[in-house]
Structure formats: structure tokens, C-alpha cells
Design a protein around this ligand. Sequence first.
Ligand code: ASP
Ligand code: MG
Length: 410
Amino acid sequence: MEIIIQKFGGTSLRTPEERKKAVQIVTATRNTGYSVVVVVSAIGRSGDPYATDTLLEMFAEGSKTGGRGASPRETDLLLSCGEIISATLFAGLLQASGLSAQALTGAQAGIITDDNFGNAHIIRIVPDRVLQALEQGQVVVVAGFQGRTDSGEITTLGRGGSDTTAVALGAALKAKRVEIFTDVSGIMTADPRISREAKLLKRVTYQEVVELAHLGAKVIHPRAVELAMAAGLELWIKGFNDDSEGTLVAGSPERGVEIHGDKVITGIAHISGVAQVRVNLNPETPAPRQHVEIFSIMARHDISVDIINVFPDLVVFTVQEKDLETADTALREAGYSPESRGGFAKVSAVGAGMRGVPGVMARIAKALTEAGVEIFQSVDSHANISCLVREDQLEAAIRALHKEFALAGD
Ligand code: ASP
Ligand code: MG
């Protein structure tokens, strides 16, 4: 029995026509002799009746009236319903089209998680029930984004968690491949909504997709790619609305993915809504003590810091714009005079091929400068270089980098 996992996101199941198309995709795969496990997200986006954001907004009612909001346990129980509705609806449509199918909740599918409500991690999968149904020739439709703890509490896996469900099931069931259907054609060289020259990548390494996803590309959840990498799973990202083959996410260059010629950059990712905090240190107080204090204050307020530069007389870092006021106030209360500014975006050039290659930053700096884009901060790792730029120059920055590294082809 060869198993294929097919995951459909919430925006691919929104209308009867889209659901019909998804049924056709599953049927075609089933007809070629594969066993199919379908994983679904909650239908639609904010405003649609059972979308995750809509369900979350229902609970916001409690906090608006002065309450503390619903507990994480109840929130997860409610959120899990969105995917259960999708799964039952979709299994019903498969049945109506003549396929034998059954819907399972994450818990019924044997997805066991820790009890970190709202962002639970899968600790094990007991796939017996899914396997049994597959052996009987059924298509199994699993509600994504959820599981249960050992004691039977329902949990959710964090936003975008249905991708993780699909890949984790793929690993547990030793699937031939996992196919994630989404509203773009696959992994692109940049966000196609911003860069018209963005091109589909046919093959990318797991590591590059993990980097792109962490750095803001919204095509797939990074945790799902990490899992696929650990399991060596064949992972495909496919456009739901087009017939292109999509992107194959596969092994590292050492394991056979060629890097063409001087291709040091594979794609550009970005994150909007970034703010920068600069804190000049007090010369009267030892710098190390201030370094510790500044970041401890951020930690205490649960503020995640990014692009961090620490100097003997200065600390510069970025936070999400939504956290800027809290960060600024907390630092002032501790006696600092931060310069806090919103309106930034982080643009990142990603490529496994840049490792140890000299001159990549020189090309980035030159390309951005020639396009009139100012760099406010920068950080790098072995496979990416990120620059902080003004949000209103983001488009120009992406265009300049896309051109410099010939991502649209020659
Ligand atoms: N419905 C969940 C969310 O919106 C999970 C998912 O779509 O993957 O985050
Ligand atoms: Mg998603």
C-alpha cells in the first residue's frame, strides 16, 4: 500500500466549486491506485463562519466585556471545531462522489501532543485507526491543526498547524509523498503579490524553505518542513488553482540537489510590521549589567527580539510593531531613553549556495543602495542575509535583490 497525503488549506475549500476541485484531485490520486489521507484546515479566512480567526473573535467577546477571556483549554476545544467541520464536510462530499471515505478528528487519528494549549507539539502518532481504514480502501480525511494529550484533552498545534499535521502523518504512515495545496503555485523566488517577476522554484532544499518560512514566506509552516527534513519525506507544494507541477522540497545539496552556476540566492522573503529600538547605554553604569537588564526587560514582557546588535555603548534590536509601545515604556521605566521607531520591514535573501561565498553582502548593499533603499540594520546566517529597510521601500528592495541575483532567469 503506497500512501499519499494531500493537504488542503482553508482558502482552497471556501466555495462549492473549490471543494469540487479538491474532490477531483483526491479522486484522481485514488484512481491511480494510491491510498489517500486528506488533511484539511478550517474553511476560509476571518469573517467566514468557521474560520479559525472567526472562532477566535467569538472568544474576544469575553475579554471586551472586561473578562479575562476564555482559558487556553476552552479556546483549543473551540478552535478544533473549525477543522472538524471541514473534515466532515469534505468526507461527505467524497462519499457523495462515490468514494468510500471517513472523517477523523486529530485525536481519533491518533495524534498525541503535549499539553501546551494553543501551540502544542506532537509527541507521537498512533496511526492504527488510519491504517485500518486505508486497508479497507477508504480515503481518510483528518482534521488538521489538532490532537489530544495523553489524558484526552483536545489541543491545537499553533497557527498554520495543519501543515504540521499533514507532514507528521506522512512520517508516521511512511507516505510516498506529502502534497500541500495552497493559493500560490508553489515556493516562489519572492512574494508574487509584491514582485511581479517572482518565479516558481521547481526544486528547493528543506533548509532553504525552513529559512524562507521563518523569514516571512507564508507558503508553508516552518515546523512542517523541519519535520519533513527529519523524516526525509518527499514534500510538494502545489498551487490549488493552477496545473503547474509545483515545488519539490527535498534533500540538502550534499544529497543531490544541484546549485546552478553562481546561484547563491534562491529566494527573497520578507516580514512587515517591524520596529527598531536603539538604546544608548549609560556611561556611568557597567555595560554588561545594562545588556542583561535590557533583554531581561523584553523577556519579562514576553517580547520577542530580532536582529540584535550589542555594543559596549549601544544596544539595537527589532521587535514587532505591535510590541513597540510596551517595549518603549518598559525601558523608560527602567531609566533608559530608547529611540523607538516603527515602519520597518525585514527583507531577507536566502540561499544554501551562499555558504562561505565572499561578496554576497557587497552585492546586496550595492543593489539596495543603487535602488535608493537605505539599510538600517543587518544580520546573517550561513544561508541568509537579512536587511532592515523602511516599509515604504520594501517593494523596491525586493525588486532590486530579485534583479541583482537574476531570480527571474536571464
Ligand atoms: N486553521 C488554522 C489556522 O488558521 C490551522 C491551519 O490553517 O493550518 O491557523
Ligand atoms: Mg496555512
